[in-house]
Design a binder for this molecule. Structure first.
Ligand SMILES: [Mn+2]
Length: 358
């Protein structure tokens, strides 16, 4: 009969060898991950299957447990390696200081509030000019307007297209304003490029990855709207698509998300603003018109957005909203805009020395 002490000694020795082998294997897997970015292949699984052959249940279970442990340590090594390799370009880990996107002298992201205002859609030169004149008088530098309109129904007004872009650009130059307009597809880029100062990616296109990549290759500011059912994580990754192609001039726009609430057109996710400011270095603006769909909420939501650290506000103004070809219920008329402007200026003057976020 084998001596108890010697049996224990042998088991200890085997344990020690096993431990050394596990450590050695872990080092090798790590090397494989770091140099080739791949996991171990199925050879190990096959070996385990062989080892389990003709073994009793208890032994098979032990072997399975071991396999799980090994695979688990593979995954850990992999995750760690990916994290170490790259901080995402939108992240504060990648860039600590705020990105400032300069458009027409406006430094969006510099800590001051900026205003992007204009009609929902370009309908005529006269319509755009009437709005732009009032905006310019109030010192608004960024004129929005839709030339290509992504409408829910294909039978709704689809925008004036290139003609709309030309009108927008002509009027904006006249009034010393910059143009922000939506581009819906890759084939519109070339035509739009000389006429547009900021290209907007609409909510419905937030995950149009081929469009995002193409815009990432331009030297032109991009205003990226959050998708109507996109998480903050998905929104950030959409920005990453643009950044990863080299274009660093990305402005994020919270425009409300779809929830069960029907009192507003969408639900303004106000907490997205400080989250995006914390987790990214990109400027964040809030579209108060589309997030609420209600004129009576534009002033309070603008105040709220600026209070939580938004770099700017987007809103729609139309000379005669009742006859507007799109979003007629939610656009301000010119006198409503003047009131809006005055109330927001008063609010800003009152709170100008407050630090809104840290
Ligand atoms: Mn609109």
């Amino acid at each position: 009969m084998i001596n108890l002490a010697s049996l224990r000694g042998t088991i200890n020795q085997v344990d020690e060898e096993l431990l050394q082998l596990v450590i050695k294997r872990w080092e090798l897997v790590k090397e494989l991950q770091q140099n080739y970015g791949i996991s171990t292949d199925s050879l190990f699984t096959k070996m385990i299957d062989l080892a389990k052959k003709d073994k009793d249940d208890q032994m098979t279970e032990t072997i399975d447990q071991l396999l799980r442990e090994f695979t688990h340590s593979n995954i850990n090594v992999e995750n760690k390696a990916v994290k170490q390799q790259r901080a995402l370009l939108y992240s504060r880990e990648y860039q600590k200081e705020d990105t400032i996107v300069t458009v027409n002298g406006e430094r969006i992201g510099d800590g001051n509030p900026h205003f992007i205002i204009g009609p929902c859609a370009v309908e005529s030169e006269q319509q755009v000019r009437e709005v732009a004149e009032v905006l310019a008088q109030k010192g608004v530098k960024l004129l929005r307007g839709g030339a290509y309109k992504p409408r829910t129904s294909p039978y709704d007004f689809q925008g004036l297209g290139n003609e709309g872009l030309e009108i927008l650009s002509r009027v904006a130059r006249e009034q010393n304003m910059a143009v922000i307009t939506e581009i819906m597809s890759v084939n519109q880029i070339e035509r739009a490029l000389p006429l547009v100062d900021v290209i907007q990616v609409g909510a419905r296109n937030m995950q149009n990855f081929s469009l995002l990549k193409e815009l990432g290759r331009l030297d032109k500011p991009i205003l990226l709207k959050r998708g109507l059912a996109a998480t903050i994580e998905e929104f950030k990754f959409a920005a990453e698509y643009i950044l990863s192609e080299g274009n660093k001039q990305v402005i994020l726009c919270e425009r409300g998300i779809r929830t069960y609430e029907t009192a507003t057109r969408n639900t303004l996710d106000i907490s997205a603003v400080p989250i995006l400011k914390q987790e990214t270095h990109l400027p964040v603006i809030v579209d108060v018109t589309h997030s609420t769909g209600r004129k009576d909420l534009l002033i309070p939501t603008t105040k709220a957005a600026l209070a939580v650290g938004a770099d700017g506000i987007m809103a729609e103004v139309h000379p005669d909203p009742a006859i507007a070809l799109s979003d007629s219920k939610q656009q301000m008329n010119l006198s409503e805009f003047e009131e809006f402007h005055q109330k927001i200026q008063d609010y800003l003057n009152k709170h100008q020395n407050e630090v809104v976020y840290s």
